[in-house]
Structure formats: structure tokens, C-alpha cells
Design a protein around this ligand. Structure first.
Ligand code: PLP
Length: 387
């Protein structure tokens, strides 16, 4: 009875607060044009920033001829193959680090790294808007979690100055914030970390593959050294259009994570064919054309949206949200867009703070200027009606 009541109450409350979520089913591959149920929609909400999700299939098929399907075990038992080894080496080289350690997902990488490194008496310092997986990683560790105001390195500096000096400090931030699209003050964070002998972990889920001329990521874009940014997490599910994640670091750190990161150790290694296909995806994005195309699209969107009077947020990234506030209104806008053939998800609490529901519009290198212009002309009257 107690469980039934609890579950029913929680479900009813979700619906009443316009926070109910459900997956929509795609009938074909991910891409700029997708088939959802009976309808074809122009997609403006995926994290497939370079359009690579629809391109890896050939590489996967080819790799499957050599590697077949499953890895059979975790990395440390007998599931680690030459394909994994090569992917780790390629990722480390591209991000500019001596080593990289693979994880099944970014969520697991963040849990694994934070919980492996920190112990009771330590403090994990996190930006208020950090991704859920980073916050969960700190919850899982025995360290104390402290959050500083969003993108306010002065606040972090003040808070650190008041600590008593016992225990180690880990500073953690998204590079590009996933629901806002703005960029963290990485140079300041690196300086603060150095000053307080803190370790710095940067989650570059939305920057790896996108930032830097050839998609080297946030470290490169900010001209920071690998010593200044010693723990770099990147994911393979966004700009690389696949699945998986890695942490790039120096040799000792990689050895340490291999020994102690439980979400790396106690889980099946990704299928080796997937690892091999990810290497091909990485080569595709290293050309640099896709990043250039994406930057052109972002600038084009910002120009048109600004002319149309849409309230842009301070984001130079592919994430270009429109802040709505009310969850109900965000849902209505998303539904109205869908009626007209556009897919833009309404992002609501608890993914974002209370009263800050939004349309999280994302751009891809695969969008044409025409498609971007169509979105703006459809949005403009809808936005005026609702504001
Ligand atoms: C998507 C995301 C993750 C999780 O990565 P997955 O590989 O999808 O599990 C972690 N951090 C940030 C900032 C993200 O946006």
C-alpha cells in the first residue's frame, strides 16, 4: 500500500504540474529530418551537433564484420580489445592528453571519476547549473558537496577562502552548460584551482567535437594546458553522434581511474565494433568543415532570431534556448511548433530551475539556412501570441 500510494501521488503531481515527460518514438534514424509516428519533423533539439549520428552506420557495419557484436566482459576481465585501445589512444591524442579511459556513458564517467577521487573530509565544489551526473557523482562520494553561484568564479574564490585547509578540493564544472548554452570561465577556474591546490574536472559533453578549429574541445579553445585542466571528460553521444564517453588525463590519473573508478570497472565494455566505428567518426570530425558549418549556422540563427525579436540567451554555442518561464506555456509552444512540423522539446524542472522552463533549440551543422529561417518565421508569431 505504501508504495502504491507513493507512486500514484508522484505520478499525479507530475501531471498536475505540467511536468509529465514521455519519450516520442522515432520510426527511422536520428537526423535533421526525422519521422515521429506518422509525421516528418524538422528536428531542432538533438545533441547531434555535427550531423554525425546518421553517418556512422557504414563504419559500424564494417567493424561488425571483424568484431561481431558483444565485448563479453568488463575491460579488466577479458572485454578490452584492440578497438578499445585504439579509440582510447585516438581520443587522448585529439583532446591533447597522454591518456584516455573509456566509460560506457558520460553519466557513468562523472559518477566514476568523482567518487573514485574524493573521500570523507574532502570538498567537491560545483557550479549550481552543473549537469545532474556531476551532482550525483558528488552525492555518491563521501565528500561534502558545495555549490557556487552559476558561472561566478568570484563566489567560488570567496567560498574557498573560508575553508579551514583540511581535506582536498575538487572543482567541477560543465564547459558549455547543457540547458543554457553559455560557457564556463575556464581560465579563472584553472587559476583558482592552481591557487588552492585543487583538482579541476571539466565536463566537455557539449564542447568536445565542437569547440576548437577541429573539434579538439574546450581546453584547446581556451588555450589551457593539460596540466591546468588535468581531468577532461568528453562524451561520444553528442557531437560524435554515437555512444560512450572518456576521461582524458595524465598517466598516473588514468592508472588510478582504471584501478578505482567503479563505473569503469564493474560494467561490460562497450561493443568493440562500436569502439572501432567511433574511431571513424572521430576522423570525420577532425576535418574541421563541420565545425565551421555549425558556427555559420549559429551566427545565422542569432542574426535572424534577433531581427525577429526573439529573446536570445547569451550563448555562442549550438544550444540556443528561448526562456519561457512557465512549464505550461513552454509545453504549448512546443506543441504548436510540432503542429507546424518542428520538433523543439520543452525543457522543464527538475532539469532546469523552478520557473525557468524553456524551449531548448539546438543547431546542427546539418541544418540548411533555409531550415533555420523556416523555424524563425514559424516561431515569431507564436512567440508574440504567448508573450
Ligand atoms: C549528456 C551529458 C552527460 C551525460 O553523457 P551521456 O554519455 O549521455 O551519459 C554528462 N554531462 C553533460 C554536461 C551532458 O550534457
Amino acid at each position: 500500500m505504501i508504495w502504491q500510494r507513493r507512486i500514484q501521488q508522484a505520478l499525479e503531481q507530475r501531471k498536475a504540474q505540467h511536468l509529465w515527460r514521455q519519450p516520442h518514438c522515432l520510426q527511422g534514424p536520428q537526423g535533421v529530418i526525422v519521422t515521429r509516428g506518422e509525421r516528418r519533423l524538422l528536428n531542432f533539439c538533438s545533441n547531434d551537433y555535427l550531423g554525425l549520428a546518421a553517418l556512422g552506420g557504414d563504419a559500424l557495419q564494417q567493424a561488425a564484420q571483424q568484431w561481431q557484436f558483444g565485448s563479453g566482459a568488463s575491460h579488466l576481465v577479458c572485454g578490452h580489445s584492440q578497438a578499445h585501445e585504439e579509440l582510447q589512444r585516438a581520443l587522448a591524442a585529439h583532446a591533447g592528453y597522454p591518456r584516455a579511459v573509456l566509460f560506457s556513458t558520460g553519466y557513468m564517467a562523472n559518477l566514476g571519476v568523482i567518487s573514485a577521487l574524493t573521500q570523507r573530509g574532502d570538498t567537491v565544489w560545483q557550479d549550481k547549473l552543473n549537469h545532474a551526473s556531476l551532482l550525483d557523482g558528488a552525492q555518491l562520494s563521501r565528500a561534502q558537496l558545495k555549490r557556487y553561484r552559476h558561472n561566478d568564479s568570484d563566489h567560488l574564490q570567496q567560498l574557498l577562502a573560508t575553508t579551514d585547509g583540511s581535506g582536498a578540493h575538487l572543482i567541477v564544472s560543465d564547459s558549455i552548460f547543457s540547458m543554457d548554452g553559455n560557457c564556463a570561465e575556464l581560465t579563472q577556474l584553472a587559476n583558482i584551482a592552481e591557487q588552492h591546490q585543487a583538482l579541476l574536472l571539466i565536463d566537455d559533453a557539449h564542447g568536445f567535437g565542437v569547440l576548437g578549429e577541429h573539434g579538439e574541445g574546450a581546453r584547446h579553445a581556451f588555450s589551457l594546458s593539460a596540466q591546468q585542466l588535468p581531468l577532461y571528460m568528453g562524451t561520444l553521444g553528442k557531437a560524435l553522434g554515437g555512444f560512450g564517453a572518456f576521461v582524458a588525463c595524465d598517466h598516473d590519473m588514468a592508472d588510478y581511474l582504471t584501478q578505482f573508478a567503479r563505473s569503469h570497472i564493474y560494467t561490460t565494455a562497450m561493443p568493440p565494433a562500436l569502439a572501432a566505428a567511433m574511431c571513424v567518426q572521430l576522423q570525420r570530425l577532425q576535418q574541421g568543415d563541420l565545425q565551421k558549418q555549425l558556427r555559420t549556422n549559429i551566427a545565422y540563427w542569432r542574426q535572424l532570431a534577433d531581427q525577429a525579436g526573439l529573446p536570445l540567451m547569451p550563448s555562442e554555442s549550438a544550444i540556443q534556448p528561448l526562456l519561457v518561464g512557465s512549464s505550461e506555456r513552454a509545453l504549448q509552444l512546443s506543441a504548436a511548433l510540432s503542429e507546424q512540423g518542428f520538433w523543439v522539446t520543452a525543457i522543464r524542472p527538475p532539469t532546469v530551475p523552478q520557473h525557468s522552463a524553456r524551449l531548448r533549440i539546438t543547431l546542427s551543422a546539418a541544418h540548411s539556412h533555409e531550415q533555420i529561417a523556416e523555424l524563425v518565421s514559424c516561431l515569431q508569431p507564436l512567440w508574440e501570441q504567448c508573450s
